[in-house]
Write a protein of this length. Structure first.
Length: 376
């Protein structure tokens, strides 16, 4: 389910060339997908406190399959972008699952379980980026979306049998949908710590999107001359996150999410600082990418832990605010990643990423100090 937004990362240059748009303009496709995802989460995710999570997942995964078929069949850039945008709007099932799981695990396992779910997200992104690069190099970029459509049909068929309702769920909200939607803003206003975590993850996600879109253009540029399959293979570095993120989640259980996030942001800034000097070959850039892929997801895990330990009845709505801000950041990263690379090349991209990483570090430090003052 999560992979659909990321197939375009390694093949963005090929899609731009097919539809005859510039490298700067092609960023509108992932940007609108992310904006629509943020809007869908804002309008649809609160239903998780009102309607069965299982029913919502089945309905919206089915809709994902329909709009993925639209991307497969689109013959114009406008229709392709429209289908991608609608696909983003209905992609809420992956964001229902963390709150669903958090209501069914012991508090001392929250970090581990949240990290395990995050590892599943990483795996989806990994499959999308590695698979898209390899398939596109051999069969063309449109074959990537035919494969994605087949996978979504399989998930749609399997989901009713695999997503069983767990016993002991919390009581459903008796508030109307409009009341639930309004309460998203009220709860966000009253949970400043969640908003800080959301801002940090929004910046973190913007950096992630901008890096991989610009990296695909950078590696396949005439200057370097790598193929899209190389971009896909390089994306395989993300596999290390599947192993490290659950372990770092357990570290966050021990030392606290804010301290864990601060340490991760320090390492991330160090990795970003190496992107420009090492970014002129696949082998060189692998080192900073490994560092960033180890700690990047743990920043998200730690951020979610700051509010998923609160009252179960409000977790889905707090998750709504968090994810909306995260994908607004992703939309900005999509636009900035391609536009700044188009204007300033790899140097411009690295400058942008360094500024974002520094701001993430500052906010992480401020969040920890604020928390320590409040509990003192």
């Amino acid at each position: 389910m999560i992979a659909n937004a990321y197939y375009i990362h390694p093949i963005i240059g090929e899609v731009a060339a097919h539809f005859g748009v510039s490298e700067g303009a092609i960023g509108i496709v992932p940007a609108l997908n992310q904006l629509a995802l943020a809007l869908g989460i804002l309008l649809l995710l609160p239903l998780g406190d009102f309607v069965s999570n299982r029913s919502l997942c089945i309905a919206f995964v089915s809709a994902q399959s329909v709009f993925m078929l639209g991307m497969v069949l689109a013959e114009s850039f406008v229709l392709f972008t429209l289908a991608s945008t609608l696909l983003g709007f209905v992609t809420i099932a992956p964001y229902l699952i963390p709150a669903f799981a958090s209501k069914r695990v012991a508090p001392d396992r929250l970090g581990q379980v949240t990290a395990l779910i995050t590892a599943g997200v990483i795996f989806g992104i990994l499959v999308a980026r590695v698979g898209a690069g390899i398939v596109a190099e051999q069969f063309g970029w449109r074959a990537v979306y035919w494969c994605a459509f087949a996978l979504m049909v399989s998930v749609t068929i399997a989901l009713p049998y695999t997503l069983a309702s767990a016993g002991g769920g919390t009581k459903r909200s008796q508030t109307s949908y409009i009341g639930l939607l309004g309460s998203v803003f009220t709860l966000a206003r009253d949970n400043r710590d969640m908003l800080i975590s959301a801002a940090i993850q929004g910046l973190n996600f913007a950096s992630f999107i901008a890096l991989w879109l610009a990296l695909a253009l950078h590696l396949t540029s005439p200057e370097l001359g790598y193929g899209v399959d190389t971009v896909g293979y390089l994306a395989g570095i993300s596999a290390i996150s599947i192993l490290t993120t659950p372990r770092l989640g357990r570290v966050a259980d021990r030392i606290g999410p804010r301290r864990a996030r601060l340490l991760a942001s320090v390492v991330q800034l160090g990795g970003v600082a190496l992107l420009y000097p090492l970014g002129w070959s696949v082998w060189g850039i692998a080192l900073p990418l490994v560092a960033m892929n180890i700690v990047g997801p743990s920043i998200d895990v730690a951020g979610r832990m700051t509010f998923l330990s609160l009252e179960p009845a409000i977790r889905t709505r707090l998750t709504t605010s968090y994810i909306v801000v995260m994908f607004l950041g992703g939309a900005m990263g999509s636009l900035a990643g391609t536009a700044i690379y188009d204007a300033g090349g790899w140097a411009g991209t690295c400058t942008l990423l360094a500024a974002i990483a520094a701001l993430v570090l500052v906010l992480s430090y401020w969040s920890e100090q604020r928390w320590l003052r409040n509990v003192a």
